[in-house]
Write a protein that binds this ligand. Sequence first.
Ligand code: SF4
Ligand code: SF4
Length: 428
Amino acid sequence: MELRAALEEQKDRLGHCVHCGFCLPVCPTYIQLGDEADSPRGRLHLMRAVVEGRLEPESDAYQLHLDRCLGCRACETVCPSGVEYGFLLERARALAVEARRPPLPVRLLPALMARDGARSVALGMGRVIRGTGIPETMAGRLPTTGLWGRVGLAMGMLASSRPSRLDAGSDAGKAKTRPRNDPPSRGRVAMLTGCVQSGLFAHVNRATRTVLEANGWEVVEVTGQGCCGALHAHSGRLDQARELARVNVSAFTAAGVDHVISNAAGCGALLRESGELLEDEAAEAMAKSVRDISELLAGEGREPVRGAPLPLKVAYDPPCHLHHAQRVTTSPLRLLESIPELELVPIPGAEECCGGAGIYGITHQDLGGRVGRRKTDAILTTGCDVVATGNPGCQMQIGAGLLAAGERIRVVHPVELLAESYRRAGWS
Ligand code: SF4
Ligand code: SF4
């Protein structure tokens, strides 16, 4: 039993869990429900009960409370004992899925993402529907509950994946060429192009390449890469996640680059955990080379090349899998601060999950909606022009929430703002 083995490995740390409850006030499901069983401490208690044979993995309590977890890992950040909750959750979910088959919508998405052909068709259809403008028109006009509520959320998410026009200041849309000294060559990188990212957010991948090249990084094309497997790992399909991770480890290792770059927080976190997922040296070595795009440009004492002014009020929302899982907290802010005339406005409670978590809002309509509205309400207090966040799921979830609230605030990736600043300087 994999969970039993995982807990065995964690025994020391679990033994040190002082039941302090520090994790409770940061847990979005506990905040909403106030039920100990829907807190990190409560879920760890359920895992332990199963491992010790006091509870069956098919029991309603184990299934329900683990299923309600968003997997945001905010609990890990505050835990003084260093309990590796995310690692345990993946194994606990694997056990839950083995004990009881999940409903069709939960099975459908990981199955679709694991198959290249089916995924391309589904994402292609998504682009066609998005291109009609219908999702944007429908989002916010449908009832928020029941089946229509789910349709409305899906439409809002699709609408929020479209490329955004950034109207800021009198220079909007004009490219003013100004000379730029070629940056020193820094090395070679490969980019994880991703599945949802390449299917619905190709513009973010293009912006990522633009900013990498403008900052002196040679971007190497890596064919043979595929879906990272994060959705599969998070939903308890560890075998599928391992299969997908093996493909990527082999493709990126063969590329012989200095760094593997991710612009999607969930995918980056999974790549970084490839070593412990596959338990082999090649995966460990590849995992060590992984960087989020913001780290490569604005981490470790680096500063991005400065482009043209972009006078926008920007609210940065840190994706959980960047902030809590990868612990990349300051470089996205430094990247945004490097853009002249861009004003950063803080979101109250920014480190709290937006409720994205894959298709959580569709599978947990009420709870996901409550978590999402808390985020939308917090964003609306900032008076921002644009929201920036580095994960496709968060872009879609927050975008859908804003559309549902009747707001037309765009949600973009931080590199889109940097690329726009470079475009206005006439460099791309
Ligand atoms: S914060 Fe860590 S030590 Fe404290 S109750 Fe939560 S899991 Fe246990
Ligand atoms: S991962 Fe997030 S939702 Fe799950 S227990 Fe931890 S804080 Fe709560």
